[in-house]
Design a protein around this ligand. Structure first.
Ligand code: HEC
Length: 129
């Protein structure tokens, strides 16, 4: 029995579809690498103004500013932020320790990197200015 190939162009289909799918890949993808997508977490020189305050401003400010000190906790300035930092409440709140109310209240848990920076800053015990 003889198998007849009806059209001589069928063999082009896999090649054509391969080219089609290659065209779907955005050109930028080839430049992405692990370092771009996951910048390393730098916890070497953590300071309040450089690292902690931006985290506070982005996640805690509406409830822990000087004007809105929920729970009596002010995190927006170094001198006051040192209080929960030193008594342990700050780290417990952001690591969702069962003994305290998890923070940020009503929001998702902070990133591992943000928590690592807070942990490091507490360990450094930056003096009040
Ligand atoms: C939407 C408001 C809100 C946000 C945002 C928020 N908090 Fe709070 N926080 C509260 C309230 C309210 C309390 C007082 C306890 C309570 O009634 O829940 C509190 C209490 C605390 C306490 C004391 C915990 C205790 O058990 O006494 C710490 C520490 C704290 N917050 C840290 C943070 C940090 C750090 C962030 C940001 C990462 C944050 N909070 C974001 C509302 C908030």
């Amino acid at each position: 029995m003889k198998i007849q190939i009806r059209s001589g162009f069928y063999f082009l289909l896999p090649i054509a579809s391969l080219i089609f799918f290659l065209l779907l890949i955005p050109p930028g993808c080839k430049n992405y690498n692990e370092v771009d997508l996951y910048p390393p977490c730098d916890t070497v020189n953590v300071t309040y103004s450089g690292d902690i305050q931006p985290i506070i401003f982005a996640n805690c400010l509406p409830c822990h500013s000087v004007a809105n000190k929920f729970g009596g906790v002010i995190l927006a300035v170094l001198d006051s932020a040192r209080i929960p930092a030193r008594n342990g409440l700050l780290l417990k709140a952001v690591t969702h320790d069962p003994g305290v109310i998890p923070m940020p209240k009503g929001g998702g848990k902070l990133s591992d990197c943000d928590i690592a920076k807070i942990r490091r800053w507490i360990a450094l015990d930056e003096p009040a200015k």
